[in-house]
Design a protein around this ligand. Sequence first.
Ligand SMILES: [Zn+2]
Length: 83
Amino acid sequence: MALTNKDRRYLQRGVKWCYIGNDLTICKKKTCCICKGPIEPQRTPDGAVFWADGHNADPIAEGSCCDICNAEQVIPARMEAIE
Ligand SMILES: [Zn+2]
């Protein structure tokens, strides 16, 4: 699968993106440092992986976390830190 211009825009948006393999297929999943579950790679609408690193788990933990922990724990913790 070749990179389309749309895919390139997605790639440029990430500060630290990660794509594995020339065809943007993912060969391994990272582990969430909060729940220890797999971090699902983010995909473009076309199904190409453009980010496989999860979310920054700060201030809950050090490392990367999954979508669920990010939404349920990390974001609320950050909100609290602001208040
Ligand atoms: Zn998690």
